[in-house]
Design a protein around this ligand. Structure first.
Ligand code: FNR
Length: 183
């Protein structure tokens, strides 16, 4: 059965480590999965007055990409022990208005990478809390916490080259696949 996943990177920068992790993940999806990427670059700051006049096009695109998908994967950095404002802002837009939330009863899985030692655990915990508030489902595990990512990136190719990470990504995608089939 054909399944659809929408993947989102919580970092906007070109050389983002989280984007590199996301690229690894995209490559691991089996053939019965169609992988679509949604981008946060053009999402404006949440503004209820703007929403009242009409949901901005970039937000409509994001929400449709989420709603088309059987599941959504968010790969996010950690900023100051929390999720980046870019991610929170996008989730707030996606949840609103409540009658047309793209989060409610939708399935999500979380991952993240950092040059630091915490593996984005605190950021992911916040995302989980926000998604739970919006009545989304979040895959309980396995966790995908990539610490020390700079050291695991090939300086010449710019690629994330680490056997352990690749193996864990494979395990994560397999778990997502079987979790999604339970829906
Ligand atoms: C960071 N960084 C960071 N890392 C971390 O593990 N825990 C943290 O709390 C923070 N805090 C933080 C705040 C701000 C404002 C910035 C800009 C950065 C470092 C962060 O992990 C690093 O910049 C990553 O490279 C960001 O992810 P991308 O862009 O490489 O995907």
């Amino acid at each position: 059965e054909q399944m659809n996943v929408t993947v989102i990177c919580g970092s906007l920068r070109k050389e983002s480590y989280n984007r590199k992790l996301l690229d690894l993940m995209k490559a691991e999806f089996p053939e019965h999965w169609e992988v679509e990427e949604a981008f946060l670059h053009h999402i404006p700051l949440y503004h209820a007055d703007v929403e009242e006049v009409g949901t901005p096009e970039a937000v409509v695109k994001l929400k449709l990409a989420m709603m088309r998908a059987d599941g959504v994967i968010i790969v996010t950095p950690e900023y100051n022990n929390g999720m980046p404002g870019v991610v929170k802002n996008a989730l707030d837009w996606a949840s609103s208005p409540p009658a047309h939330s793209a989060l409610t009863h939708r399935a999500f899985a979380l991952a993240g990478a950092t040059p630091g030692s915490g593996g984005t655990a605190l950021s992911q915990y916040q995302v989980r809390q926000t998604l739970t508030a919006a009545e989304a489902y979040v895959m309980p595990g396995p966790k995908m916490l990539v610490a020390g990512v700079a050291k695991k990136t090939n300086k010449d190719s710019g690629m994330l080259e680490d056997e352990k990470i690749t193996r864990h990504v494979r395990k994560f995608v397999e778990a997502f696949d079987s979790w999604m089939h339970r829906f």
